[in-house]
Design a protein around this ligand. Structure first.
Ligand SMILES: Cc1ncc(COP(=O)(O)O)c(C=O)c1O
Ligand SMILES: [Zn+2]
Length: 399
């Protein structure tokens, strides 16, 4: 852990030591960022250092905690050039262990939990974070206690049970799961690894920012489109860009960061449109993109600040647009995306149409997970006969 200088509160700037497990800032509940001594690290850690390293996120070891990794091979996922748009890349996170980018965060969080000697971890989850926690906890020999909505995609529940996690299915949303977990954690002796309430999931997810830069030859793209629930991927990538600049790997240029949410649960988009610095709780959240069913992000103030500073934007996609984009990607790109990931394509099309991006702009669309985890959702959608292509006015042909 010696590479870490301290944890820093994103609200009050307080420095907190990292020698024992921490959650959020004790003063104001602010999200804690892990800070490294980049001035020292910079001397030996060069872009060229990476060439001989293994193709997983631990290749960026100097900017990650130095504990023995609990790894299942996460990260360094493909950056696929689009077959449809000359300057678009699809970052294929579906190839991670447990089929989503959530593996990145949980690999680093569980690594630290193990280093701290924690024995029982708990998390509320919209689905994929649960699968990832269950897998990494199994690999580390640590107990995982998971609270997730009863109607999560089937794969998430089956995975968690198979990995030996203790699963509580909740009649409600991730916010209800979080409340139930909070009520019990002290008595049960669970350490809460909820999104942004422990500092190391963010460290895992930030590696997507390092990969975007490395895989595009150290030229950041004009835009990054990210399906945003809790926003950890977006926040993490922004942190990575700042770290890389401090390391002398990139200059001050930044992509326009784009958050896409489902119209059935779009608290950050609403706040963005209204010029708010935080979001309101979204009532009756409902979308088939389960990972986007987050009625209020704990780090909403960070998401909105990053969108603003990057010259970015927040946009919505309807579930019909998401499903149409899902089928389109499968047929045109050979990418079987998670609905959350397909939302990136829906957002890209809107931003092209609006002139926010031009076809000349290099834009990275994140497919955050594999569609294989949503077979029940996709089948149900088909059976319900929702004419997705027709509903959006036939922008693209039928699926
Ligand atoms: C496939 C997928 N994409 C995106 C998200 C949203 O992630 P974040 O919390 O980083 O915004 C989730 C969260 O569950 C997810 O499972
Ligand atoms: Zn603080």
């Amino acid at each position: 852990m010696s590479r870490i200088a301290y944890l820093e509160c994103t609200k009050c700037g307080a420095h907190i030591e990292a020698h024992q497990p921490q959650t959020v800032c004790p003063n104001d509940g602010g999200v804690l960022y892990v800070r490294y001594n980049l001035e020292n690290i910079k001397n030996d850690f060069k872009r060229a250092s990476l060439s001989s390293r293994s193709a997983n996120l631990w290749r960026y070891a100097e900017v990650l905690p130095d504990a023995p990794p609990v790894s299942l091979g996460e990260g360094f996922t493909p950056m696929l050039p689009s077959r449809e748009f000359a300057n678009v890349f699809i970052k294929e996170e579906g190839l991670n262990p447990t089929g989503s980018f959530k593996a990145r965060g949980m690999s680093v969080a569980v690594t630290m939990a193990k280093a701290y000697g924690l024995k029982k971890l708990a998390a509320p989850s919209a689905g994929n974070a649960a699968s990832a926690l269950a897998a990494y906890a199994a690999a580390a020999g640590i107990e995982a206690h998971i609270f997730m909505p009863r109607d999560v995609p089937l794969a998430n529940r089956v995975e968690c049970e198979s990995y030996g996690a203790r699963v509580t299915l909740v009649d409600g949303l991730i916010s209800d799961c979080a409340r139930m977990l909070a009520e019990r954690k002290e008595k049960e002796g669970w350490f809460d690894v909820s999104t942004l309430k422990e500092p190391f999931r963010l460290e895992g997810k930030k590696t997507m920012g390092y990969e975007v830069a490395e895989q595009l030859g150290w030229q950041l793209p004009q835009g990054v489109i990210y399906p945003t629930g809790g926003g950890v991927g977006l926040i993490g990538m922004w942190k990575a860009f700042d770290e890389m600049e401090a390391l002398g790997w990139i200059g001050p240029e930044r992509p326009n960061m784009v958050a896409v949410q489902s119209s059935g649960c779009a608290p950050s988009v609403k706040a963005w449109d209204e010029g708010g610095r935080t979001s309101d709780f979204w009532p009756d959240a409902a979308t088939l993109a389960a990972g986007l069913r987050v009625p209020k992000a704990y780090g909403d103030y960070l998401i909105l600040d990053i969108l603003k500073r990057s010259g970015g934007i927040a946009v919505v996609a309807t579930d019909a647009e998401i499903m149409e984009a899902f089928h389109h990607w499968a047929r045109v790109e050979g990418v079987f995306a998670a609905p959350e990931g397909a939302a990136s394509l829906a957002a890209y099309r809107k931003l092209l149409a609006r002139g926010f991006f031009s076809v000349e702009d290099k834009v990275v669309l994140f497919n955050t997970g594999s569609g294989l985890k949503y077979l029940d959702v996709i089948e149900k959608e088909k059976k319900s006969g929702m004419p997705a292509a027709r509903q959006i006015g036939g922008i693209i042909g039928p699926y």
